[in-house]
Design a protein around this ligand. Structure first.
Ligand SMILES: Cc1cc2nc3c(=O)[nH]c(=O)nc-3n(C[C@H](O)[C@H](O)[C@H](O)COP(=O)(O)OP(=O)(O)OC[C@H]3O[C@@H](n4cnc5c(N)ncnc54)[C@H](O)[C@@H]3O)c2cc1C
Length: 260
């Protein structure tokens, strides 16, 4: 089975991200794999363990994203490809999807393409579906359970107030929910193996993409203002005998927070 996984490098979700001149402050910021993409990589490795084959990871981003790719390779994937070119900077979702689709086609045949259901930074939740459109294959989103049956797959997906069972023809694009699986730790053997792997970098010329059609200049939207969320006020610890603290809590919820 030939499995491709789209892995996005995002600011460490636990980090406090600052904003300056309408941009996030990157100095000293740690970059990690998008959490849902970790579940996508884990699912791909489990499929390879069950059916054999190869797992290829593809990341679009600047040179520093190579470290994220290596961390995900150490989970047990076979190959990693960094798609990077100054012409790609500031690309919107559609251009991002188009570039990734071109990289998938260059990487060769695929039976399944996994992605995360959304990127925790821009949270558009659209790139994977757009990749499916560019490749002309079906897609299933929010997958919580996945089973292959020959040339089709049975997917359980999370929907408002329930779940859906969807049968899809392969190849297809699927997006992973966090409940799809438990991500296993990288083994020392795999961590060491990654050190010997070379990660090719593909740019616009390698993918046959016209730089004028991607990047900031071709984006369908422009960022007007980037505003960090307001600082959260510190919480208040209620002390005293249980009866007193309960009374004080009810009073505060009624008079201050006005939720009772
Ligand atoms: C108003 C606005 C302004 C923006 N301005 C900028 C800007 O100035 N600079 C900029 O860089 N971006 C900018 N963006 C973000 C950019 O346009 C896309 O939204 C972004 O590239 C898509 O990321 P996402 O996390 O929303 O993707 P989603 O659609 O949420 O991602 C879903 C899945 O697709 C895959 N995926 C997504 N991106 C990648 C990737 N790069 N590599 C590999 N797999 C991937 C992952 O598996 C991910 O889990 C802006 C967005 C908006 C809405």
């Amino acid at each position: 089975m030939n499995i491709i996984v789209l892995v996005k490098s995002v600011p460490d979700p636990a980090a406090k991200v600052g904003v300056r001149d309408n941009k996030i402050v990157e100095d000293g910021l740690a970059w990690e794999a998008n959490p849902y993409d970790e579940n996508a990589v884990e699912e791909a490795i489990r499929l390879k363990e069950k059916y054999g084959g190869k797992v290829t990871l593809i990341t679009l981003g600047p040179k520093r994203a190579e470290e994220t790719l290596k961390k995900m390779l150490a989970l047990g994937a076979d190959e990693g490809i960094l798609v990077s070119d100054p012409a790609f900077e500031g690309s919107d979702e559609l251009a991002t999807a188009r570039i990734l689709a071109a990289a998938i086609e260059k990487a060769g045949g695929y039976d399944v393409i996994w992605a995360g259901w959304t990127g925790v930074d821009w949270n558009q939740g659209i790139v994977a579906q757009a990749v499916a459109e560019y490749l002309g294959v079906p897609h299933v989103s929010f997958v919580t359970k996945f089973e292959v049956n020959g040339q089709t797959a049975r997917c359980e997906t999370e929907v408002e107030g329930g779940r859906e069972i969807i049968e899809v023809d392969l190849p297809a694009v699927l997006t992973a929910m966090q409940t799809l699986n438990e991500v296993r730790y990288a083994s020392l053997k795999n961590i060491m193996a990654v050190k010997r792997k070379t990660i090719p970098t593909w740019g616009a010329a390698d993918l046959g993409i016209n730089p004028a059609e991607v990047g900031k200049g071709a984006a369908h939207h422009h960022l007007m203002k980037l505003i960090p969320p307001p600082e959260r006020a510190a919480g208040r610890v209620l002390k005293g005998a249980p009866e007193e603290t309960v009374q004080e809590l009810v009073r505060a919820l009624r008079e201050e927070v006005k939720v009772l």
